[in-house]
Design a binder for this molecule. Structure first.
Ligand code: BTN
Length: 325
């Protein structure tokens, strides 16, 4: 109901909408409307009410609740069902449990705060209360396990495109899936799966975005390396709209990928990538390699040509850009 109410206001930006009209569109009583308006106010929305004029939305809240996301969702399958948590250790953990219990493709887990966010390679991910996006999307594609890195790359492309549409900010991708602005990390993507050797049961795509943090909100250890949308632009952003934009973009790319394969995603990924066509250091578990990043394979593996001309296949590493092309 709250989602429908927000849709009505979205259709009349800055205008009063009469109680009668709202009650007709929502098919509920004036008293019920008043209750929903009251709840929105409690969620941080500023709503003006005037006798004989009705209600006007003055300022939206900065929540990340399902109805706030759904109002901007244009998907048919993904993100239609949402588990929302005010605070949780990690949306990945919640999503894994839901997936194990058999929840369907497209289910989305959102949290306003994570207390033990998981990063890649066993690292921590900080998501301060009320300032960031922490989301985990459950997928159940009919895919061989070795193809799942392609979905990580697809996610990075979806995020870059959604952030451009929603905020106007141009981001770049650092292999495999760091999304950067001005060389600093804005988004982290963690792909995990539940699978047999030859069959994927579920893939959990975790996305963490620094949205409205100020510099002092970021962990001191990462202040030189990380940034937020607010730091980069001086504006604050509605987190729910960012979530919806990402899921919308993701579904379009995902559907195309499932039907037509990886080629289009690969082309887009290379377009947004700052790792390809440059000299890089690749820190793998075993060694540090230096060389020219030639491109990625259809499996999302990074190809690095060292100074002796030998081409290395990099499956997992931290990348540092040594110089531009
Ligand atoms: C990285 O190391 O760059 C990946 C970070 C991924 C963070 C996101 S936030 C939502 C989801 N839940 C987690 O615990 N981690 C991912």
């Amino acid at each position: 109901m709250k989602e429908k109410l927000l849709r009505v206001f979205a259709e009349h930006p800055g205008q009063f909408v009469s109680g009668e009209m709202i009650s007709r569109q929502l098919g509920c009583s004036r008293t019920a409307i008043w209750k929903h308006i009251d709840e929105l106010r409690k969620n941080g929305y500023e709503l003006e009410s005037a006798p004989r004029k009705g209600y006007r939305l003055v300022r939206k809240g900065d929540g990340i609740k399902p109805h706030e996301v759904k109002v901007a969702l244009q998907t048919t399958r993904l993100g239609r069902d949402i588990t929302y948590l005010d605070a949780t250790e990690s949306t990945q953990i919640v999503a894994h449990k839901l997936a194990q219990d058999g929840i369907g493709e497209g289910h989305l887990v959102l949290a306003n705060e994570q207390t033990k966010g998981k990063g890649r390679l066993g690292r921590k991910w900080f998501s301060k209360q009320g300032t960031s996006v922490s989301m985990s999307l459950i997928l159940r594609p009919d895919l061989a396990p070795q193809k799942t890195p392609q979905l990580t790359l697809l996610t990075a492309v979806a995020v870059v495109r959604a952030l451009k549409n929603q905020t106007g900010i141009n981001c770049a991708i650092k292999w495999p899936n760091d999304v950067l602005v001005n060389g600093k990390k804005l988004v982290g993507i963690l792909t995990e799966m539940q699978a047999d050797p030859d069959r994927v049961h579920s893939i959990i795509i975790g996305i963490g975005i620094n949205v409205n943090q100020r510099m002092e909100d970021l962990d001191p250890d990462i202040q030189d390396l990380a940034t937020s949308l607010a730091i980069e632009s001086g504006n604050s952003f509605e987190r729910a709209l960012i979530v919806a934009a990402i899921v919308n973009e993701f579904e379009t790319l995902y559907d195309h990928y499932l039907t037509n394969g990886f080629e289009a995603v690969k082309t887009l990924w290379e377009m947004y990538s700052i790792s390809v066509g440059t000299y890089i250091f690749a820190r793998t578990m075993r060694e540090v390699l230096y060389g020219y990043a030639k491109g990625i394979t259809d499996e999302g593996v990074l190809l690095l040509e060292d100074e002796q001309g030998k081409v290395h296949q990099i499956y997992s590493a931290d990348i540092e850009i040594a110089s531009q092309r």
